[in-house]
Design a binder for this molecule. Structure first.
Ligand code: AMP
Ligand code: ZN
Length: 486
């Protein structure tokens, strides 16, 4: 097996990846809070981890990939209110209607971008009992306290023995600065303490019974509880966007440590942000593009629509740890590159082979693996794929040659990297499927013309009607017959 190196945000170093259990990988990635449509920035993070998941599978690991759905307990900064409850009140819907609506949307969008489904997709509301149990354990271990029906994690006490800040490298004093004033904060012993359970106010419509009050769990808790339940007290990889490092992931480490007395995660991985005009893409500031707007082109920042595969390719042209700035010019350039790649792949089966190879397929393939083994470096991999495009064009022009065996190896490797690992799709390219459809319809039009010339009206009508039944309408005009697809 190839030696894979992963950048670990816990140590800030690239480390050789050695799973806790040989041949198996446990990976947890923080999923979306389902109270609004995902924007392209959210999608970037999930594509980054899809690439990672796909590559681990490609290397032959048995991966259990857990990605949660946050359907309760995500407090907004300023009023300690559950985002889902807030939205439900605004839209006059049941919280679970909001959850259902945006979970369906999330799945549909990710499917369009060709993301593989995780092995388990647990929800916060499905694990309230486990969350209550975990809070009890943390209280028993002396690291949480109850005040007025709410339970808080005692950060200062935890920090006496452990290191609150181990991941974010923040000093505990800085953590205070970054903790906004929350509703009910006066209850806390110290401002950096975070809630494990919040007593519900009359405005909170998502509420559950607990030993402390009728209320709801704090956001950080669900990920600790669900990752432990499905992956164990210690597991290999935990991922999410960079913005989750603090406080969310820092709090997860503290909760797990307080509960299980072990550090939960071996490799912490953080994807960088998608920005637009240099600012983080975010729903709340309005600086965002929705996936559907990318497909239709219906957004002031773009001049036309782009396929999901092109948008995915655009994202993968940046390393997951680099900031990526979205712009019309940048995605237009990606589209050109994507089309070149797909054209070359289309040419491959038509290339002739020779008796000897002048291009070293094995070395090229290893370069591709080296790129991916270097912390999933997709832009470097893509650069090697463009070398392959050059080689394909040279073979076509008779300036390079490959033996039959090398050609097969080249073809298999290219397909593997492009479709299995990068997860790009042939079908969506403007010059594959649609070209084939175009060719087939043109052929039928010619056959219909022939039938009409032969006065075989039965056949000519049959061709027209059956195409129409498939949603393809033929239009006879002065210039000949054209068609439109509905
Ligand atoms: P949320 O639903 O807000 O919890 O976000 C879901 C995921 O999207 C998290 O992993 C965030 O870190 C990530 N995310 C949010 N905004 C961006 C962005 N502009 N670029 C990349 N990832 C983002
Ligand atoms: Zn999480």
């Amino acid at each position: 097996m190839q030696e894979l190196k992963i950048y670990n945000s816990l140590t800030n170093k690239k480390e050789v990846f050695i799973p806790l259990q040989e041949g198996h990988v446990g990976m947890y990635v923080c999923g979306p809070t389902v109270y609004s449509n995902v924007h392209l920035g959210n999608v970037r993070t999930f594509i980054s981890f899809d690439l990672i998941y796909r590559y681990l599978l490609h290397l032959g690991y048995k991966v259990r990939y857990v990605r949660n759905i946050t359907d309760a307990g995500h407090l907004t900064d300023d009023n300690a209110e559950d985002k889902i409850s807030t939205k439900a009140r605004l839209e006059k819907l049941e919280p679970m209607e909001i959850v259902q609506k945006y979970t369906v949307d999330f799945h549909q969008i990710l499917q369009k971008f060709n993301l593989l489904s995780p092995s388990i997709e647990p929800t916060a509301t499905g694990h309230i009992l486990e969350q209550i149990e975990t809070i009890n354990t943390i209280i028993d271990n002396g690291l949480a306290y109850e005040i007025n029906g709410s339970v808080y994690f005692d950060v200062l006490k935890y920090n006496e023995k452990e290191n609150y800040g181990i991941l974010s490298k923040r000093k505990i004093e800085d953590a205070i600065e970054n903790t906004r004033v929350l509703d009910g904060q006066s209850d806390k012993k110290n401002p950096q303490d975070f809630s494990l359970w919040k007593k519900a106010g009359p405005e909170h419509i998502q509420r559950w019974n607990s030993p402390w009050s009728i209320g709801f769990p704090g956001w950080h808790l669900e990920c600790t509880v669900m990752s432990t339940k499905y992956l164990g007290e210690q597991f290999d990889i935990h991922g999410g966007g960079m913005d989750l490092k603090f406080p969310h992931h820092e709090c997860e480490i503290a909760q797990s440590q307080a509960c299980n007395h072990v550090t939960p995660v071996k490799y912490w991985m953080h994807g960088n942000m998608l920005t637009m005009n240099g600012k983080k893409m975010s729903k709340s500031t309005g600086n965002s593009i929705l996936p559907n707007e990318i497909f239709t082109g219906d957004n002031e920042h773009i001049t036309k629509g782009f396929s999901a595969s092109v948008a995915r390719f655009f994202m993968l042209q940046a390393h997951y740890r680099s900031i990526l700035d979205f712009s019309n010019d940048a995605i237009l350039a990606s589209e050109k590159g994507y089309n070149r790649l797909m054209e070359a792949i289309g040419l491959l089966p038509k290339l002739t082979t020779s008796n000897n190879s002048t291009f070293d397929v094995q070395a090229w393939k290893q370069n591709c693996y080296d790129a991916m083994n270097d912390d999933f470096n997709s832009p470097v991999l893509i650069a090697h794929l463009f070398e392959a495009v050059k080689v394909i064009n040279l073979i076509k022009d008779g300036k390079e040659s490959l033996t039959k065996v090398d050609m097969k190896g080249f073809n298999d490797a290219l397909n593997g990297f492009i479709f299995d690992i990068l997860g790009l799709e042939k079908t969506e390219s403007g010059n594959n499927n649609s070209n084939q459809l175009f060719g087939v319809v043109e052929m039928l039009i010619e056959m219909r013309n022939q039938a009409r010339a032969d006065k075989d009206w039965t056949l000519s009508d049959k061709i027209r009607d059956e195409l129409l039944a498939l949603g393809i309408q033929l239009k006879d005009g002065k210039e000949g017959t054209s068609f439109s697809v509905n």
